[in-house]
Design a protein around this ligand. Structure first.
Ligand SMILES: C[S@@+](CC[C@H](N)C(=O)[O-])C[C@H]1O[C@@H](n2cnc3c(N)ncnc32)[C@H](O)[C@@H]1O
Length: 213
């Protein structure tokens, strides 16, 4: 698979803000259910979700492969008088401490791995949750228009993996089997937040580790 770290770095350097600044709506909707403690944002970007939880009083940690994204996240937090501990790390190598987190967020990042790599990261996410901890995942689905294009022009690296991996709802639910489903939605959305208007096929999932697990 093509090395992506420099691509993300270039993307962040090319514009002041790559994404919308609002948190993902499912996170906003269910935030009050998340137990006190620490939130980890994997692929934190410039921090829209991380800052939202810092503002709610959680300890927040974030990692991202782009130095510029991490710097922007920390800067935005400082300006808002909030604290987010963000570091430059590749998710393939991030060690997630067992049972530490009240919430782990992986928003719109797991597509950028092969299927087997994403599965490995998800195993670490599950392991990192507190007994009553939550996970939030946002991924692009096989209904994304770029999936159809990829099937015609790109080499298949693994099942549903070309340059990116595209998920199905069944796949997401089975990767989080055993967790209580708090929210799960799939659909198509017109994105006006970055670049030219375009559609994305998406799946959003929020689950909670059961206390009895
Ligand atoms: C589509 S953006 C989403 C950013 C943020 N989660 C949000 O929702 O606003 C994907 C993010 O994942 C980061 N990323 C991509 N590959 C990564 C990797 N291997 N390790 C860590 N971060 C990565 C990118 O730098 C980028 O910030």
């Amino acid at each position: 698979m093509v090395e992506r770290s420099s691509t993300w770095e270039e993307a962040y350097r090319s514009v002041k803000s790559l994404w919308e600044l609002e948190p993902d709506h499912a996170l906003r909707e269910y935030a009050t259910l998340v137990p006190d403690g620490t939130v980890l944002d994997l692929g934190v970007g410039d921090g829209r979700n991380a800052l939202f939880f810092a503002e709610m009083g959680y300890e927040v940690e974030g990692v991202d492969i782009s130095q510029t994204a991490v710097e922007r996240c920390v800067e935005r937090a400082k300006k808002a008088n909030l604290k987010v501990k963000a570091e430059v790390r590749d998710l393939k190598e991030v060690d997630i401490p067992q049972g530490k987190y009240s919430l782990i967020i992986a928003a719109w990042v797991l597509n950028f791995f092969k299927k087997t790599e994403a599965e490995e990261i998800i195993k670490r996410i599950r392991n990192g949750l507190k007994k009553d901890g939550f996970v939030y995942i946002g991924v692009f689905s096989i209904n994304d228009p770029s999936y159809e294009r990829a099937t015609k022009s790109l080499e298949v690296v693994e099942e549903c993996t070309f340059f990116s991996h595209y998920f199905t709802k069944e796949e997401v639910l089975s990767l989080f089997a055993g967790l209580k489903v708090i929210y799960c939605a799939e659909g198509m959305e017109l994105n006006l937040g970055h670049g030219d208007p375009h559609y994305h096929g998406f799946i959003e999932y929020m689950g909670q580790m059961r206390i009895s697990d």
